[in-house]
Ligand binder design. Structure first.
Ligand code: X2X
Length: 331
């Protein structure tokens, strides 16, 4: 009697474990920046919301520092498409080598401010960008943001395109950036984020461009970047996305759960990141960084100096997408 009860208990415990493990699933989520940065926090928020709303049934495990692609952030999209990575919260910059349409957001001085950025991501241009991603085997779910990218260097305050002449600038591994900085007369060098800080430390490069949050959290000023030009020349939104084959294995209710959690996490992170801007800038100045703000005429000089980049890249981005973006900004 005693033995039978014990056995029954054991058997039902085993059945329960089986039932749970049949349902419980874990997926990898790639990011470039860790949860010390808003970007990594966006991914973690997504994971937390999914864990909570699925009552622990679905685990999203976040792998930061582009470690799933050995630091080569421009391979993240391909790795997700091939199934090496299940999901990612990635930047339009890093995915644009495989999705040329995403270069839209990197066009210099296309967007002025958060309003313009929102007009793109939340409107027709955002929909067309998502279709471009979808057509390449990835299911995009929601937008987040890395932020407007500002220009720092170790040499002098930069106010005009002429000031950039000959400066060695680290740029991300997306060809458009090579063209933008070449048009400005600088000497751009492509490298991954993991190589950027060492290159700044040794003086192998004079400058770099990244959002204020990245400059602040990574303490880029501590590797000699004493001058920061607030030119807001472009912003890279983040995209929460899932490999299409993984997506197809999910029941409809889990898809909805993942999508809604991504939308909520993206909104949360965008607000968080924007809300921290002023304080971060004040802290950076406090640490001795000299900031340069451009007048309307000074900005215009940069606009004119980089116009050729728009002409060069418009055919790769696509006329419809550019038209939708320009219309959204004009409104
Ligand atoms: O590499 C960069 O500069 C970073 C971290 O901002 C991106 O991944 C686009």
């Amino acid at each position: 009697m005693k033995f039978t009860r014990c056995f029954t208990l054991l058997a039902s415990a085993a059945a329960l474990t089986l039932a749970v493990s049949a349902q419980a699933r874990e997926y990898s989520v790639s990011t470039v920046l860790s949860d010390a940065f808003p970007w990594g926090q966006a991914a973690q928020k997504w994971a937390d919301l999914v864990a909570e709303r699925s009552e622990g049934r679905i685990t999203l495990r976040v792998y930061p520092n582009a470690q799933l692609v050995a630091g080569d952030q421009t391979k993240e999209f391909s790795a997700m498409r091939s199934g090496l990575i299940d999901m990612a919260v990635g930047s339009t910059i890093n995915w644009s080598p495989q999705v040329p349409e995403l270069n839209l957001f990197s066009l210099p001085f296309l967007m002025k401010d958060d309003k313009d950025l929102d007009a793109l991501t939340q409107g027709e241009a955002g929909k067309l960008s998502f279709s471009a991603i979808e057509s390449r085997g990835i299911v995009p779910l929601a937008w987040g943001e890395n932020g407007f990218r500002e220009l720092s260097n170790s040499v002098k305050p930069l106010r005009t395109p002429a000031d950039l002449a000959g400066l060695k600038i680290r740029v991300v591994g997306s060809p458009l950036f090579q063209d933008t900085f070449t048009a400005l007369g600088a000497n751009p060098t492509q490298m991954s984020w993991s190589d950027a800080k060492p290159a700044l430390t040794t003086g192998a490069v004079d400058g770099q461009e990244n959002p204020i949050s990245v400059f602040d959290v990574a303490r880029v000023d501590q590797v000699g970047q004493k001058y920061l030009t607030l030119w807001h020349y472009m912003a890279d939104p983040l995209i929460f996305a899932v490999n299409q084959r993984v997506w197809k294995t999910l029941p409809e209710e889990d898809r909805e759960l993942l999508r809604q959690a991504a939308l909520d996490a993206g909104k949360w992170e965008t607000e968080l990141s924007r809300g921290q801007q002023a304080k971060r800038l004040a802290d950076i100045r406090e640490r001795g960084v000299e900031t340069v703000e451009l007048s309307a005429e000074e900005r215009q000089a940069f606009v004119e100096a980089t116009r050729s980049v728009h002409e060069q890249w418009a055919p790769k981005i696509g006329a419809d997408l550019i038209k939708a973006a320009e219309a959204a900004i004009a409104q």
